[in-house]
Design a protein around this ligand. Structure first.
Ligand SMILES: *[C@@H]1O[C@H](CO)[C@@H](O)[C@H](O)[C@H]1NC(C)=O
Ligand SMILES: *[C@@H]1O[C@H](CO)[C@@H](O)[C@H](O)[C@H]1NC(C)=O
Ligand SMILES: *[C@@H]1O[C@H](CO)[C@@H](O)[C@H](O)[C@H]1NC(C)=O
Ligand SMILES: *[C@@H]1O[C@H](CO)[C@@H](O)[C@H](O)[C@H]1NC(C)=O
Ligand SMILES: *[C@@H]1O[C@H](CO)[C@@H](O)[C@H](O)[C@H]1NC(C)=O
Ligand SMILES: *[C@@H]1O[C@H](CO)[C@@H](O)[C@H](O)[C@H]1NC(C)=O
Ligand SMILES: *[C@@H]1O[C@H](CO)[C@@H](O)[C@H](O)[C@H]1NC(C)=O
Ligand SMILES: *[C@@H]1O[C@H](CO)[C@@H](O)[C@H](O)[C@H]1NC(C)=O
Length: 502
């Protein structure tokens, strides 16, 4: 039992000493039982359009939800409670979908499945990696999981496939790094899977490429908090801790947190090139291009001669503390000749610097803007094309709330549910207040209140819950609220009675 609450604090490698025990305030509503972290948005300039997609996990309250907020901090959608990771809207065959991981969180990794929801928030695909068929070994001898996809990645490709990571807890000789001969590691796997059929199209294991990726590349000390001692199956060492995968042509870009490395894999799994953020690997690194423990590495451009890569460089961990500034970086790699690595861009908030211990993401937006999320520091930042901060959005105190990644995207939500309504009468009974919300609806313009055969009132939608005072509705009257505008135009609530549920 003791292990479980602790494990909940460990999403994506986070081990926090939770000092602040103050609970972050929640937003609550009358028409809905939903409670969501208050999102404190401060804008210093023009932001790019789009909603904010996060999966806040409240470590003190012990819950988490997939969540969408508007740019001004209003809730748009909250899904069911659970353990979520890497929530992101993506395109599947041209259709906008929401993709996320859900499952069991172990210490810095997990065992679960990927859900793909359509714009009605209905699951249209579930991607699994069958633990039995793939002979997975887990860190929990007695626990068994049906699907063994790890928390860190869920990228759709243009070919109807998805890229995910997985962790196989397996035995390995750790004597080269000062550990036991019969030690245990968290082998990191990359899978490409057909979304419709769940067929595995590509499988790669770091440990199976130990000749190309010797353990000495991994700089996480054995036994360091969060990295694992490797002494037994319940405490496997974090070799290699993979956290982002992308596909370019037939090759895969892979990020390893504890190796401080990016590898480019050929279709047959051999490593075409290896950039190590401390030693350079195949490249010539300078002081200003050094990085480590990074997240979310993606190509921004690619040619035969060079690539540019954007990444989130949170060069800190639970065992190194928080002494390195977290920055967004764009690196240019010369693939031939000099093998030089050049820093093209670095983004950080100089006025409120972040030293994040774990997790995070880096998303290039339109017009040169960047969105950065800081994982264990529950804060989202947007920078403009000149690197000036234009938005800070905080949803918790450090190390007590987290989201592994955050994204900004346009979205049109068309919930298959009906709007939720409650109507309360004033104490003197001569007017009523109507509260209406519709979880997930993005483009309702106004609400119309019907009672009997009359339209009693109408009001412009105002955030997640619109509050409308109506003079001519009394206790006991029944009413229906209708959505006006947008994809749900004309959708009506159930009939409710004034005074019921207040
Ligand atoms: C929201 O953030 C601003 C800027 O940091 C701060 O001044 C304000 O106190 C915060 N509001 C709340 C309610 O936390
Ligand atoms: C979430 O993960 C924890 C372990 O960290 C587990 O106890 C719990 O059952 C999981 N919840 C769900 C809904 O899978
Ligand atoms: C989403 O999927 C559900 C279940 O298949 C379906 O009923 C609904 O119409 C779909 N929504 C949209 C907008 O296609
Ligand atoms: C996991 O490791 C075991 C050996 O410990 C091996 O038999 C099994 O095939 C591995 N599974 C995967 C998915 O690599
Ligand atoms: C596994 O090893 C760790 C570190 O040495 C130790 O704390 C733990 O008790 C061991 N667990 C088991 C089940 O042996
Ligand atoms: C794998 O592919 C690479 C790049 O095409 C090639 O150089 C290498 O020889 C291949 N390795 C094997 C074992 O086939
Ligand atoms: C690496 O780059 C530095 C300049 O940053 C240069 O002086 C050095 O010669 C380069 N080393 C190699 C092996 O190319
Ligand atoms: C960015 O810098 C350029 C050149 O100084 C300037 O013209 C532009 O207005 C700046 N953009 C913003 C958003 O401040």
């Amino acid at each position: 039992m003791a292990r479980i609450p602790r494990a909940l604090t460990l999403l994506a490698g986070f081990v926090g000493v939770t000092t602040a025990q103050t609970l972050w305030p929640l937003q609550t509503y009358k028409s809905s039982s939903i409670e969501t972290p208050y999102l404190n948005v401060t804008k210093m300039g023009q932001t790019e359009p789009g909603y904010l997609f996060i999966s806040p996990h409240d470590i003190l309250r012990g819950n988490g939800y997939p969540t969408i907020y508007s740019d001004d901090g209003q809730l748009v959608w909250q899904g069911q409670e659970g353990n979520y990771s890497a929530l992101q809207p993506q395109k599947l065959n041209g259709e906008s979908v929401i993709v996320y991981w859900e499952g069991f969180v172990a210490e810095g990794f997990g065992f679960g499945h990927i859900s793909i929801l359509n714009s009605s928030y209905d699951e249209i695909h579930r991607v699994n990696v069958d633990c039995k068929a793939e002979n997975f070994v887990t860190s929990y001898g007695s626990e068994s999981f049906s699907s063994c996809i790890d928390i860190h990645e869920s990228q759709l490709t243009d070919d109807g496939t998805i890229l995910v990571t997985a962790v196989n807890v397996t035995q390995a000789d750790l004597s080269s790094v000062g550990g036991p001969k019969d030690g245990w590691i968290q082998d990191g796997l990359v899978y490409e899977i057909d979304i419709k059929t769940n067929e595995i199209l590509f499988r790669w294991s770091a440990y199976e490429h130990i000749n190309e990726l010797p353990m000495s590349n991994d700089i996480a000390p054995l036994g360091a908090t969060g990295a694992g001692s490797g002494a037994n199956q319940t405490d496997p060492w974090g070799y290699p801790h993979l956290n982002s995968i992308s596909k370019y042509g037939d090759s895969y870009l892979v990020s390893s947190r504890y190796m401080c490395s990016l590898f480019f894999l050929a279709p047959n799994g051999t490593i075409t090139w290896h950039l190590h953020g401390r030693t350079g690997g195949d490249f010539n690194l300078s002081l200003d291009t050094s990085f480590c423990y990074q997240h979310d590495a993606r190509f921004e451009s690619q040619s035969a001669e060079r690539v540019t890569i954007g990444l989130h460089n949170n060069d800190n961990t639970e065992f190194t503390g928080s002494s390195s500034l977290t920055t967004g970086m764009v690196l240019e790699l010369e693939l031939q000749g000099s093998k030089q690595v050049t820093l093209k861009r670095r983004t950080w908030d100089a006025a409120e610097p972040v030293y994040a211990q774990s997790q995070g993401s880096y998303q290039p937006l339109g017009n040169g803007h960047i969105l950065q999320d800081h994982g264990a520091t529950p804060k989202i930042e947007e920078f403009d094309e000149n690197g000036s901060i234009v938005m800070r959005a905080r949803f918790g105190y450090d190390n007590t709330m987290q989201t592994y990644r955050a994204y900004r995207y346009p979205w049109v939500g068309q919930p298959s549910t009906k709007p939720d309504v409650v109507a309360c009468s004033s104490s003197d009974g001569d007017k009523s207040t109507v509260y209406v919300s519709w979880n997930g609806a993005t483009d309702v313009q106004s609400w119309k209140i019907h009672s009997g055969s009359k339209v009693k009132s109408s009001a412009v939608r105002n955030g997640f819950e619109t509050v409308i005072v109506v003079d001519s509705l009394r206790k006991g009257d029944s009413l229906i609220v209708e959505a006006v505008g947008g994809v749900g135009d004309g959708t009506r609530s159930q009939s409710v009675t004034v005074g019921h549920g207040c």
